[in-house]
Design a binder for this molecule. Structure first.
Ligand SMILES: Nc1ncnc2c1ncn2[C@@H]1O[C@H](COP(=O)(O)OP(=O)(O)O)[C@@H](O)[C@H]1O
Ligand SMILES: [Mg+2]
Length: 235
């Protein structure tokens, strides 16, 4: 579904992503594990068309999208849940959700997507008219995920959703991605520092270090890998 080949991202002389190749299949949950500064956000930004890659190709559902603008990628079925649960704080919860639906043309599609979001995160329905800036950290993340779902994505790119969440909420939020795969056939690419939690929910993963993929395998293989254990799982 997603094929990334030899991708490179740089900011001036700073190389953030170097020669990264990876893939995500239909209905697959994949993690990109990496410490702070490893290049996760740069990678997702390039996939979403928010930064222009220095080299390499990105293909999505058999189309080369490397030079496509972001809105076009959204229309093709990519959506991003940005780092830090970024939402529009001065707008209501409802307006935030509707902004995510700019590619949805039919009223019916809109209603269906809203129903999906409310079924995953009922609290958003209660807070519909509230200013998004007044939400708790966990609710903001829910809104950020909800907003991305409003675009009916096929592949969801999720940047560090566990960061700043109460530990108890993390499995619950990550669990929603399994639900989305099960109920909607979505794929998810999860960028996470929190290897422990991420490797509980994904099928496969890549370990990113200084902008490069240094390890790849199934979630089970990565959980049992000695390097992963010491560097990312604190074992
Ligand atoms: N806008 C930017 N300008 C310059 N350097 C950046 C910028 N964004 C990220 N970087 C650098 O690129 C590298 C990768 O950062 P980032 O992609 O944010 O990693 P991560 O999301 O894994 O923490 C880091 O060295 C970071 O300092
Ligand atoms: Mg980041």
């Amino acid at each position: 579904m997603l094929l990334v080949d030899d991708l490179r991202v740089a900011y001036g002389k700073i190389l953030a992503v170097e020669e990264v190749s990876l893939e995500v299949d239909e209905r697959e949950l994949v993690a990109v594990i990496g410490a702070n500064g490893a290049g996760k956000t740069s990678l997702l930004s390039a996939l979403m068309g928010l930064v222009e890659p220095r080299g390499g190709t990105i293909s999505f559902r058999e189309r080369d999208i490397t030079r496509f603008p972001s809105w076009w990628r959204v229309r093709l079925g990519l959506a991003l849940v940005p780092e830090g649960g970024r939402i529009f704080p001065d707008l209501s919860v409802e307006k935030n959700l509707l902004l995510g639906a700019f590619v949805v043309r039919s009223r019916r599609g809109l209603v269906e997507n809203l129903e999906l979001v409310f079924s995953l995160f009922p609290v958003l329905k209660e807070r519909l008219n509230q200013r998004a800036g007044t939400l708790s950290g966990g609710e903001r993340q829910m809104l950020a995920i909800g907003r991305s779902l409003m675009a009916s994505p096929k592949l969801l790119l999720v940047d560090e959703v566990s960061m700043g969440l109460m530990p108890k909420l993390i499995p619950e939020i990550l669990g929603t991605f399994r639900k989305l795969r099960g109920e909607r056939g979505m794929s998810v690419l999860l960028a996470e520092q929190n290897a422990r939690e991420a490797l509980q929910v994904v099928d496969r993963g890549y370990v990113l270090k200084n902008g490069r993929v240094v390890l790849a395998g199934t979630a089970v293989e990565l959980r049992e890998n000695d390097e992963v254990k010491t560097a990312y799982l604190g074992l």
